[in-house]
Design a protein around this ligand. Sequence first.
Ligand code: HEC
Length: 105
Amino acid sequence: MKIWLIALVIVSLVGCSDYNDKTTTMQGGKELYENYCAGCHRSRGTGQFLIGVPRIKDTELSLSEIADVIRRQHKDERQMPIFSQLTVPQSYSIASYIKNTLRYK
Ligand code: HEC
């Protein structure tokens, strides 16, 4: 009887942490975007025309191109910093937040 109880607890703990991992990843893109990008590109990705920050909510760039822009590739580094402290998966979370969520806001 006790063994079953312990097994049940373990199974439910594993189940929980799995679930949490998924939610964290899904929220990650939004939080990272708000943290690192929204200051310039605005929460809705509309950019700021007057100071030359492009509207990124309907960017033509692919996920991997956006991830590249975030971590290394820039037309003009004086304007947009390179976020080399972000990991590749983090840069993809942000990119997919832009392409899959901001685009439709
Ligand atoms: C300090 C202001 C600033 C911050 C912070 C910033 N950007 Fe930018 N971003 C710019 C400017 C200015 C440009 C246009 C010039 C350039 O490409 O460097 C740009 C260009 C871009 C482009 C290219 C758009 C296109 O269609 O060519 C993407 C994509 C982009 N930013 C995404 C991001 C993401 C994602 C973040 C957060 C990790 C971010 N930016 C943070 C100012 C910023």
